[in-house]
Design a protein around this ligand. Structure first.
Ligand SMILES: *Cc1c(COP(=O)(O)O)cnc(C)c1O
Length: 230
């Protein structure tokens, strides 16, 4: 499939998932995860009109950002080491992987020093898998209260990764729990502004995530592919 066909294919599936769950198409944003592909393939994605680019390794993402002169809106979606924060601040507007207080403080320090700010998702380990990053759901409220005074880190919602399942339907409880957690945090008014966003759903499970309320899906394999685009 060409990139254009992939985009069309994904678009149809997103629309259908929105229809099934009575949601509006505009409520769901797509981050094209370009971590598997080259600068040139990433340029094709941008040229095709996709705005949101997702990358997970600073060593690869930063040179790519520079080669593309920061075109688009960049989302950092992987584990972020504190010593790499200075490299991504000012380039990545979104951090989907805020998973510890020390990272929040480092983001604040670097964003403040650069006179910029970042939009963040609190990563939650809903599935409880040892291999997954993220804070425990029970810790989310305290975490958010702890960082409420950071002026350059704006938390807009929650992010999670579901276990890889043969049958995507089995991921539904994970996505549902993330939505319920967000709704609970809002009901308790834990943050000054309600948390509106849910970053959840990848190539294998995005339709279920949308049905459960995803506002950002992160699509690599299905949308961008894993090698060069044809
Ligand atoms: C790689 C990655 C994705 C995209 O995965 P695909 O299954 O290729 O769509 C999404 N989110 C995160 C955090 C990733 O690391």
């Amino acid at each position: 499939m060409s990139l254009k066909e992939r985009i069309q294919h994904v678009e149809e599936r997103i629309k259908a998932a929105c229809e099934r769950s009575g949601r509006k198409r505009e409520e769901v944003h797509v981050v094209a995860v370009t971590k598997y592909v080259s600068v040139e393939a990433t340029r094709e994605v941008l040229d095709a009109g996709i705005v949101h680019i997702g990358e997970n390794r600073p060593q690869i993402a930063v040179p790519k950002w520079e080669a593309l002169e920061g075109q688009g809106t960049w989302h950092f979606i992987g584990h972020l080491q504190s010593n790499k924060v200075k490299d991504v601040i000012g380039k990545f507007q979104y951090i989907h992987s805020l998973d510890r207080l020390s990272l929040a403080r480092e983001l604040e320090k670097r964003a403040s020093a650069m006179g910029t700010s970042v939009t963040a998702f609190l990563q939650v380990n809903v599935s409880g898998e040892a291999s997954k990053q993220g804070i425990e759901p029970e810790q989310a409220a305290d975490f958010l209260k702890e960082i409420a005074d950071l002026k350059h880190v704006r938390v807009v919602g929650l992010m999670t990764m579901a276990p890889i399942e043969e049958d995507a339907e089995r991921t539904r409880p994970v996505f549902r729990k993330l939505r319920e957690l967000r709704d609970q945090l809002n009901a308790q008014a834990v943050t000054a502004e309600p948390l509106t966003e849910l970053s959840m759903g990848m190539s294998g499970d995005f339709e279920v995530a949308i049905e459960e309320g995803a506002t950002w899906v992160r699509l690599g394999t299905l949308l961008v592919g894993k090698g060069e685009l044809s």
